[in-house]
Design a protein around this ligand. Structure first.
Ligand code: NAD
Ligand code: UGA
Length: 483
């Protein structure tokens, strides 16, 4: 079917009946599932080059979807096959859609110019070229991926150079969902941001996307801006969120030296309505696929525009995060009498936060790496992360650092399906993810099964330290006296 919107005839507001989303990942999957649920009159097709991922989205067993998010499987169950489709047939999906969301990964470049800092836009560029090559009519292209400011300009250049016959209107519609709460964040976002070109057709495209969101989002929560403001707002939002965590983590180090308690400090400052209480939970360090990469990208942009002071300011957020992860690992080694060689260190949690199976940039990987340098044995339990994922993460980390033989090191990593087995005969326990189930483990039984002194290093401040001390544990927690 040829979905030609013909902008010239529909300058006010093109009507959207078919959407394609390129990229069936943590953003593309949940975002489109919610859009399909709330817009039963729109056909939504999510496409990806990764056929395994598409097969998993199409799995009969809804527990095997590639992304775990509370509430997601129910929505996919309701919409899949009705107006939500997952496919590897990218060209047909592009042709059949009036609006195309690009939701592919934008990792930090690991080669060439801008290596280790700039966003790698090769997947975005491939999408643009594909869209231009196979399009059979005018299209609205929506940047859903997080992108450097002015990427829309490059997209437009590529689209128009490859295909001069059709009009492409580009929108920036960054996604603010957080993993673990994605469904709720999508159903009831704080705001939806749409940036568009200021000309008449650009505004018509903006209105078409606003029209879709109005199916479930109140109009006062939908903000429309210039396209560059929208692109920069996304990077800025992540930088501000990460900055709060690094700020409280920096203070946690001072708390440990002075006897102040970081949770008490966070509560006291958070009650100031100008500061607010969210994102002040001290931890072993933030993880996730985006905070680090987006700040690096921001830093790169600042350096590119010759703003070195601004770049250094934001880079310090990352430096404190590195420091926090290393500090945590060092504390374990020092407390275990300056060596963990041959000792069993049990990790509770591997995901970068609770309620997700995502492990990208998880603090657990960095802490494990530091401990492996000291030849610890790492025994991991995570309720949602597979052994294959954990071993793969460590392999990548070791390869990136290029100084270890993985086969040798892999003997030192063990993964369990049962927390008690992971903790049995451990020298120390490190809490890396704040899964609720860790709070209610049978801690007396665990204490009896461990070597003494039985150490717990709570990297998330979730355990009842008073109760555990009474049981006999030596417990150290981030930002608390005694660490
Ligand atoms: P992801 O890696 O989970 O998914 C991206 C998908 O895109 C992959 O399945 C990959 O196979 C596919 N892909 C890549 N190139 C393709 C191509 N040319 N054609 C078809 N498919 C292609 O990534 P994600 O976590 O969903 O993130 C996507 C974007 O959204 C990133 O820019 C990220 O910064 C941003 N973002 C992520 C989150 C989050 O919580 N993960 C939140 C907000 C924004
Ligand atoms: C974050 C943002 O919250 C989203 O708005 C954004 O859309 C997303 O990045 C993105 O662009 O990818 P996410 O990384 O999924 O979402 O999860 P967060 O809840 O922000 O947590 C990030 C990390 O910070 C986790 O490791 C978490 O444990 C840690 N964190 C969070 C803390 O250590 N303390 C806190 O107070 C909050």
């Amino acid at each position: 079917m040829n979905r030609d919107m013909n902008f010239k005839n529909q300058a006010k507001q093109p009507v959207i009946s078919s959407i394609c989303c390129i990229g069936a990942g943590y953003v593309g999957g949940p975002t489109m599932a919610v859009m399909a649920k709330k817009c039963p009159h729109i056909k939504v097709t999510v496409v990806d080059t990764n056929s395994k991922r598409i097969d998993e989205w199409n799995s009969d067993d809804f527990d095997k979807l590639p992304v775990y998010e509370p509430g997601l499987k129910e929505i996919v169950c309701e919409t899949r096959g009705r107006n939500l489709f997952f496919s590897t047939d990218i060209d047909s999906a592009i042709c059949n859609a009036e609006m195309i969301f690009i939701s592919v990964n934008t990792p930090t470049k690991d080669y060439g110019l801008g290596r280790g800092m700039a966003a790698d836009l090769k997947y975005i560029e491939l999408c643009a070229r594909r869209i231009a090559q196979v399009s059979n009519g005018d299209k609205i292209i929506v940047e859903k991926s997080t992108l450097p400011v002015r990427t829309a300009e490059s997209l437009k250049t590529i689209l128009e150079s490859e295909d001069a016959r059709h009009t492409f209107k580009i929108l920036s519609n960054p996604e603010f969902l957080a993993e673990g709460t994605a469904v709720n964040d999508l159903l009831e976002p704080d705001r939806v941001l749409i940036g568009g070109e200021q000309d008449e057709q650009g505004q018509a495209a903006v209105n078409a996307l606003v029209g879709i969101y109005l199916n479930w989002i109140p109009s006062e929560k939908i903000i429309t801006t210039r396209i560059w403001s929208s692109e920069l707002s996304k990077l800025t939002a992540n930088a501000f969120l990460a900055q709060r965590i690094s700020s409280v983590n920096a203070i946690s180090a001072l708390c440990e030296k002075t006897g102040a308690d970081v949770d008490e400090v966070a509560k006291a400052i958070g009650m100031d309505s100008r500061i607010g209480h969210k994102f002040l939970k001290s931890s072993v360090g933030f993880g996730g696929s985006c905070f680090q990469k987006d700040i690096l990208n921001l830093v790169y942009l600042c350096r590119h525009f010759n703003l070195p002071e601004v770049a250094d300011y934001w880079e310090s957020v990352i430096k404190i995060n590195d420091y926090q992860r290393k500090r945590f690992a060092k504390q374990i080694i020092e407390d275990l009498f300056n060596t963990v060689s041959g000792k069993k260190i049990a990790f509770l949690g591997w995901a970068f936060k609770k309620d997700t199976n995502d492990t990208r940039e998880s603090a657990a990987i960095y802490v494990a790496y530091e401990l492996l340098q000291d030849r610890a044995e790492i025994h991991v339990y995570d309720p949602k992360v597979s052994a294959q994922q954990i071993i793969g993460d460590m392999k990548n980390m070791l390869q990136q650092n290029g100084n270890q033989s993985f086969d040798e090191i892999s003997q030192l990593i063990h993964v369990y399906n049962d927390p008690c087995e992971a903790l049995d005969k451990a020298h120390a326990i490190a809490v890396l993810t704040e899964w609720d189930e860790f709070k209610t483990l049978d801690w007396e039984k665990i204490y009896r099964s461990m070597y003494k002194p039985a150490f717990i290093f709570d990297g998330r401040n979730i355990l009842d330290a008073t109760m555990l001390r009474k049981t006999g544990f030596v417990i150290k927690a981030v930002g608390k006296q005694g660490i």
